[in-house]
Design a protein around this ligand. Sequence first.
Ligand SMILES: NC(=O)c1ccc[n+]([C@@H]2O[C@H](COP(=O)([O-])OP(=O)(O)OC[C@H]3O[C@@H](n4cnc5c(N)ncnc54)[C@H](OP(=O)(O)O)[C@@H]3O)[C@@H](O)[C@H]2O)c1
Length: 309
Amino acid sequence: MTASEHRPQPAAPRVAVVGPGAIGTTIAAALHASGRTPALYGRTARESLELLVGDARISVPGPVRTRLEEVDTEVDGRVDVVFLSVKATQIGAAAPWLRALCGRDTVVCVLQNGVEQVAMVSPHVAEGVTVLPSVVWFPAQAQHDGSVRLRGDARLTVPAGSDADRIAAVLDGTLCTVEVSADFPAMAWRKLLQNAAAGLMALTGRRAGVFQRDDLADLTRAYLQECAEVALAEGVALDAGVADGILAGFRSAPADLSTSILTDREAGRPLEWDVRNGVVSRLAARHGIRTPVSDLVATLLAATSDGPG
Ligand SMILES: NC(=O)c1ccc[n+]([C@@H]2O[C@H](COP(=O)([O-])OP(=O)(O)OC[C@H]3O[C@@H](n4cnc5c(N)ncnc54)[C@H](OP(=O)(O)O)[C@@H]3O)[C@@H](O)[C@H]2O)c1
């Protein structure tokens, strides 16, 4: 027997996914396919999760636990990494899972849209628990049969640091690539601009083809320029062509390309309007910047999402 065979192996990190929807299923499947099956906590009970990647199907054994009493603290308690993939509107409702699962050394990696992930999740975890934001770049879509289809390469960006290294290690060698960025705020704001513009699809009730209209393109450009001005006031200088670049991306996308905020509208679900659109006007007000297009878009999305009427 060699010396290395005697050496105790480090325990595999204990990983949980809270909110195993489209994004959470993708991460759970990536982990499972590499032999690191996570514990699953959600709102809807399921025996397993299914991810479709091209012609392949990855089946992640469950169950998806839905009751706090089901957290076995001997087995699941105090996990090393939690991937939080509920919608931003669902953070408060999912907070009890975080309290049950997180110990001092836990990293909660937030898989959501927006630039306020740390501010929104931190109040729900104990002191010492790290909340790590991310940018989720891949589209994943729930299918009618409950499976999730990954559309594109799975990729996350996290801010550089030792916590990022832990996330990168957990996902190392899986189908989900982790990029560690020294300029994370710029990445997060660029994605925010993309999401903000996609809000116009929810307002018009139309897919990416709607950006072919010149009048809507002009409106989008004006909106994105306001967003970039607010980013700058927040200390993030985006490149001068960012508005035109994002607009060009929508105009050259397949006309039937959708976005999760449009899907949510079509399904009559609450919209993540505040973290994707409202945030721009909220931050602008703090800096005394006028954002008339953003204000109008945010108000219409808020009313579309939350009513009354
Ligand atoms: N989907 C994409 O392509 C995409 C791309 C980039 C970024 N994002 C962002 O990623 C985040 C997640 O999006 P998503 O599309 O994955 O949403 P989703 O499919 O709706 O998944 C959310 C999951 O959280 C579960 N959930 C709701 N309340 C819960 C609670 N109290 N406790 C535990 N679980 C709960 C939901 O359960 P139910 O099954 O009961 O609803 C669902 O499984 C959002 O911020 C979104 O904007 C999504």
